[in-house]
Design a protein around this ligand. Structure first.
Ligand SMILES: *[C@@H]1O[C@H](CO)[C@@H](O)[C@H](O)[C@H]1NC(C)=O
Ligand SMILES: *[C@@H]1O[C@H](CO)[C@@H](O)[C@H](O)[C@H]1NC(C)=O
Ligand SMILES: *[C@@H]1O[C@H](CO)[C@@H](O)[C@H](O)[C@H]1NC(C)=O
Ligand SMILES: *[C@@H]1O[C@H](CO)[C@@H](O)[C@H](O)[C@H]1NC(C)=O
Length: 959
């Protein structure tokens, strides 16, 4: 099977056992009526299996037997060829000779499509000149300079894209959708084979056996422009099993049914020629699940590979000998050889070791979930010991510390990682926002990947990671490659996907703006030449978005940085108590006070003396005020109120999965108001998530006690500067709100239904009204009552409570279902702190929530239209995304048609108002950015504490 064979097999080979090739399978298929020869063969075969040897020896049909052995030899040799032949890579030649093996004449692309005037990232670079793209039957036929005569058929569908940005369909190197399905239910989690009888080494299982070709997350993911995904087993096992490639187009086969085979990227290619991938895992996961140490994990793996290697040796020896015997042509020798070796399957069939032997033969690409430096070393070491190549380390949040060691493996290992998700466990604690840039500088290929399971890892937003990495100085081309051609190359499918070039699969995404800009949204997503988005829906969902000008096609800025010596000098000068500071080059202020009379537009100067704004006006106007000050010169300065985050656990848990790193989690909540837990008694005021908050201009956070249950306790208000402690003003407000949770996550032994949660809340409010305790204050409306809730019916229950007790100050936190009852919320004067603006329908309780553009309106847009008072917060496993608060606000504003001032309010004034934080305009924290913080590529230069006027931040850094 040399390269360049007919790329379009005529038969559809269902993904059956890899054991029997279709070829020799056919040879033994009995035809009706059963011929005499077949009968004899069958009888002989049976004898061979069940009868003792002497019976066989007296068999009369020596000749027939020889033929039988010759046939078996031939079949086994065929198998020998298969196990050593690498998967076919169809040559990238002119389009006419390329066929998309997934295409079918019934539901496949049936009309030629022409994109005219496209700004194209082709998988490698952003082309200077606009192009036209022609695609047909699921294959890109041509990419040519715009306007140059392209030949296409008269019936072609021509779309003038007027300069819009197009990229290849995105490729996600790591996803678990389809193996799980949304909504996640206990009975559809088929991702980890953890039955103890199988043990931690299960290379023989295949995720394709778990695929549910109806998982609607697939469509959500496609709506983010992700057209190809590698679906992997989970990471509980050292060897987790084989992964499989899919295209994110449900029901794309001939009959538009939910057929697993038809979602596979290599549908239409013979099974024996398809690519195979092994999922492995280092470190914490298998360690935790099987209670081994790293030593034990390594031993299990090595023991297994030793055996695989031994069996591979047997295979090779057998195949060599069989080949030699065939050549010699001595029938008697062949018969005796076959007879003596067929007992062990002719050494070609080791079902349990097939994948591991495939790894050693380079037929099965090795993809390893591995975070820490010692684990990379260990795995590279093993790869040399046994002789396999590692295609990619996944997650790999410490790879940036050892790029040279990884490169020294000589295997060009791809690092498939997260741009910013981190800190959630020890292995993720060294996550570095600059990792992409660092790895790229060392020539290590970087891919971003989703790990799609739930909302936090929703693969729909894969591109956002590339955009984030770009803002942290990964170049435009490399950032776009990180979600297209780099993963395609790592998976060795870069002859079909990852590029938008002639002869490639017609997987193309049309974006509404530069793909690395905030809130970039797919307008069209073509998979195998067919648009999987509903144009009408896309239009409705984006109706509020102002039509993009040409400026939006410019690559967004990267974050400005400052040289260490300059930082040192200016920061030490301005951090002195009573310093006088002049900041020039400010283009925009979102403060409501302080602006001088001539401060209309253009470049302004801000003078701060002893922490007070003494001039904020044009440069000449502020000239006298700024004498003898330390000057900071900016080009594109922006002044914002300090932002307020409603955090997940900031200050209470440094590593969110390890309670020894902080206050911890409440195990058993008490409903006695005297036992209420107060976050103010548990907070620490520094850590890595604080550092991330600071680089996003987040100066304050509200944090509530951690509890997976109904009663959460009282939140506190903290400063994020890291310069204050609980003894000197680091807590700006002791008690912020009383928190409860309603919904699935709040179920407990004592309150095992949602109805019991609701009646308990009602009881608490009615029994304590008028009493001088924390519940009583909430019941009387003297203290805010925050309820963590998602489902719309649960929210309706809360609306009823508010209708009956209008005095309570009820605030919803979460609010996935809030848009479904937006009018009622507005009428009941219930405000929402929305964590679900880019939420997901990952659980049953969120099933009806909005997936967001381009599939629906955004939650923020619906709340805004209904007149609900809302602010934004970021949810997740810990607080590693806090620095994105201004970007989230900008994203929400884009879809909801809000002004940039309103965007800033979503994460500052609205939150303060909702929680009653009582911040006065004259004495609020404010932050000066270089760059526009509502776009990628802005950095905090300096921030001032509103309470004491001190410089709370000076060029803060994330690490
Ligand atoms: C192509 O297929 C679509 C449905 O998939 C159908 O609506 C359309 O009419 C077809 N076009 C042609 C030219 O056959
Ligand atoms: C390593 O892989 C990257 C992308 O996957 C590719 O661009 C590069 O050429 C490869 N380097 C080597 C030395 O093979
Ligand atoms: C809470 O403590 C106060 C003061 O000690 C006491 O009077 C009250 O009965 C206690 N409440 C409950 C519900 O235990
Ligand atoms: C809405 O609720 C807030 C907070 O409780 C309150 O200050 C405000 O007066 C209420 N507005 C209306 C119209 O009832």
């Amino acid at each position: 099977m040399a390269e360049g064979n007919d790329p379009h097999p005529k038969f559809h080979d269902p993904l059956l056992s890899t054991q029997s090739s279709p070829h020799h399978g056919r040879r033994y298929r009995p035809k009706a009526p059963i011929t005499v020869v077949t009968l004899i063969l069958l009888v002989l075969g049976l004898q061979f299996i069940v009868l003792p040897r002497y019976v066989y020896q007296i068999s009369p049909s020596e000749v027939k037997l020889s033929q039988f052995h010759l046939d078996r030899l031939e079949a086994r040799l065929q198998k020998c060829a298969e196990i050593t032949t690498p998967p076919v890579r169809y040559p990238v030649t002119s389009a006419g000779s390329r066929i998309n093996p997934r295409w079918n004449p019934f539901t496949g692309q049936n009309e030629t499509v022409v994109f005219k005037n496209v700004k194209l990232f082709d998988g490698e670079t952003v082309l200077d000149k606009k192009v036209d793209i022609v695609f047909k039957k699921g294959i890109i036929e041509s990419v040519d300079t715009a306007g140059k005569s392209v030949t296409f058929d008269r019936h072609a569908k021509v779309l003038d894209l007027e300069g819009k940005f197009v990229t290849p369909g995105l490729v996600d190197l790591h996803s678990h959708h389809l193996a799980f399905a949304w909504p996640l239910l206990r009975d559809t989690d088929d991702s980890n084979e953890v039955n103890p009888e199988m043990g931690p080494v299960t290379p023989q299982v295949r995720i394709v056996d778990s695929i549910k070709a109806y998982d609607f997350a697939t469509t959500v993911i496609a709506s983010g422009g992700v057209t190809t995904s590698l679906i992997l087993p989970g990471s509980a096992n050292i060897m987790g099993g084989e992964a499989v490639l899919v295209k994110n187009a449900l029901r794309s086969g001939e009959n538009s049914e939910e057929v697993v085979e038809e979602i596979l990227l290599e549908h239409g290619i013979p099974v024996s020629q398809r690519r195979r991938f092994m999922k492995m895992a280092c470190g914490e996961n298998p360690r935790r699940v099987y209670k081994h140490t790293r030593m034990g994990n390594a031993w299990y793996f090595r023991k297994h590979m030793e055996r695989a290697k031994e069996l591979m040796g047997k295979q090779d020896a057998w195949c060599l000998q069989a080949e030699a015997l065939k050549e010699a042509g001595n029938v008697a020798a062949i018969s005796s050889f076959m007879e003596s070796t067929l007992k062990d399957g002719g050494a070609t069939d080791y079902l349990e070791y097939d994948s591991s032997i495939g790894m050693l033969r380079g037929k099965v690409g090795v993809n390893i979930h591995c975070y820490e430096t010692e684990d990379f070393w260990d795995m590279i070491h093993h790869s040399k010991e046994f002789g396999f190549r590692i295609q990619a380390f996944h997650h790999a949040l410490e790879a940036w510390k050892v790029p040279e060691m990884i490169k020294d493996s000589g295997d060009n290992i791809t690092i498939a990682t997260f741009a910013e998700f981190g800190l959630y466990k020890k292995e993720a604690y060294e996550a570095n926002l600059w990792a992409g840039k660092i790895l790229a500088e060392h020539g290590v290929p970087v891919a971003y990947k989703s790990d799609h399971v739930e909302s936090e890892t929703n693969a729909k937003y894969l591109l956002y990671q590339a955009a984030t990495a770009h803002s942290f100085h990964l170049s435009e081309d490399l950032a776009l490659q990180s979600v297209t051609s780099v993963p395609a190359r790592s998976l060795e499918i870069d002859h079909r996907v990852g590029y938008a070039r002639e002869g490639y699969d017609a997987d193309l995404v049309v974006w509404d703006s530069h793909p690395l800009s905030i809130g970039a949204t797919a307008l069209n997503v073509f998979i195998d030449g067919k648009d999987v988005l509903d144009a009408k829906m896309t239009e409705d969902s984006l109706s509020k978005v102002a039509s993009g000008g040409p400026h939006e096609l410019k690559s967004p800025d990267m974050r400005p940085t400052v040289a260490a010596d300059i930082k040192e000098k200016s920061c030490s000068a301005i951090e002195k108590t009573g310093a006088k500071i002049a900041i020039t080059g400010i283009q925009r202020s979102y403060l409501d006070v302080g602006l001088g009379p001539t401060a209309k537009s253009g470049s302004l100067t801000l003078v701060v003396d002893h922490g007070t704004i003494t001039c904020f006006d044009s440069e000449p106007q502020c000239a006298s005020a700024s004498t003898e000050s330390t000057t900071i010169s900016l080009k594109n300065g922006h002044v914002l109120p300090g932002l307020t985050a409603v955090s997940v656990s900031l200050g209470l848990m440094e590593i969110s999965s390890d309670s020894s790193t902080g206050d911890g989690e409440i195990r058993k909540g008490s409903l006695n108001p005297n036992d209420t837990v107060y976050a103010k008694y548990g907070v620490h005021l520094n850590g890595k998530a604080f550092a991330r908050a600071r680089i996003g201009g987040v100066t304050r956070a509200v944090t509530a006690p951690l509890y997976q249950g109904f009663v959460d306790g009282v939140s506190t208000g903290i400063k994020t500067s890291g310069k204050k402690t609980i003894l000197d003003g680091g807590i700006f407000q002791d008690d912020v709100a009383l928190h409860f949770a309603i919904g699935q996550a709040a179920k407990s032994e004592s309150l095992s239904t949602i109805s019991s949660e609701i009646s308990k809340l009602r009881q608490i409010l009615s029994e304590n009204a008028g009493k001088d305790n924390i519940y009583g204050k909430a019941a009387d409306g003297a203290f805010p009552l925050v309820v963590h809730v998602q489902n719309e019916y649960d929210i309706m229950q809360l609306i009823k409570i508010k209708q009956e007790l209008p005095v309570i100050n009820l605030i919803l936190l979460g609010g996935a279902g809030a848009p479904l009852v937006a009018k009622e919320l507005a009428a009941a004067n219930i405000s929402v702190i929305l964590t679900a603006n880019r939420g997901a329908q990952d659980t049953f309780e969120k099933l009806n929530s909005l997936p967001g553009p381009p599939l629906s309106k955004s939650p923020a847009a619906v709340l805004e239209e209904a007149g609900v008072l809302f602010g934004l917060a970021i949810s997740g496993e810990g607080d590693s995304h806090l620095h994105n608060l201004p970007l989230e606000a900008s994203w929400a504003a884009k879809y909801a048609g809000l002004s940039s001032k309103e965007a800033v309010n979503l994460v500052s004034r609205n939150i303060e108002q909702i929680l009653g934080l009582n911040v006065k305009e004259e004495s609020r924290d404010f932050v000066v950015f270089e760059g526009d913080p509502l776009q990628f590529g802005a950095s905090v230069v300096v921030a001032f504490d509103g309470q004491d006027g001190s410089v709370s931040l000076c060029w803060p850094e994330s690490n």
